[in-house]
Ligand binder design. Sequence first.
Ligand code: 5CA
Length: 162
Amino acid sequence: MSEAPLKDSARRVQAALDAQGLALKVREFPASTRTSEEAAAAVGCAVAQIAKSLIFRARDSGRPVLIIASGANRVDEKKVATILGEKIERADPEFVRAKTGYAIGGIPPVGHLEPPVTLLDQDLFQLEVIWAAAGTPNAVFQLTPADLKALTGGQVADLRKA
Ligand code: 5CA
């Protein structure tokens, strides 16, 4: 089966994956993968297997914070603040675009314009395979939690809101 070329944003994610030497492949779906629920439905996996990339702004330093959480979890911003030593706030779409180079709904865990401080939800590490966004609201790639750690260098922590 021949495959159509990837959209430019998805191609940049594929290039970032290739540059790290991991054999991970971006896939585009006809259906939306904009939300964790839609991505899980398109891929045919559990929502918990979607590694959602959320961008926050550190309140004092202004640095971008990337939190990669299980699609089934909400992020406890207080736990994040304790780890980082400063409070965080939800980033607006313009901040997200400026720091990552991607639009909300397709934020990938890698290949951002400005390297973010990165935290990884420990719940993802109980799973064998997970899926992450790949630059567009229709593109994702499958990886293992070990791949995620290798790609991002993020700190693994308890981030889940009870
Ligand atoms: N492609 C899917 C599956 S990986 C995806 O990107 N899901 S997501 O959950 O990581 O991205 C959607 C997230 O974007 C939401 O959970 C929400 O945190 C964030 N978001 C949605 N709208 C806004 C907004 N207006 N401002 C800031 N963040 C937003």
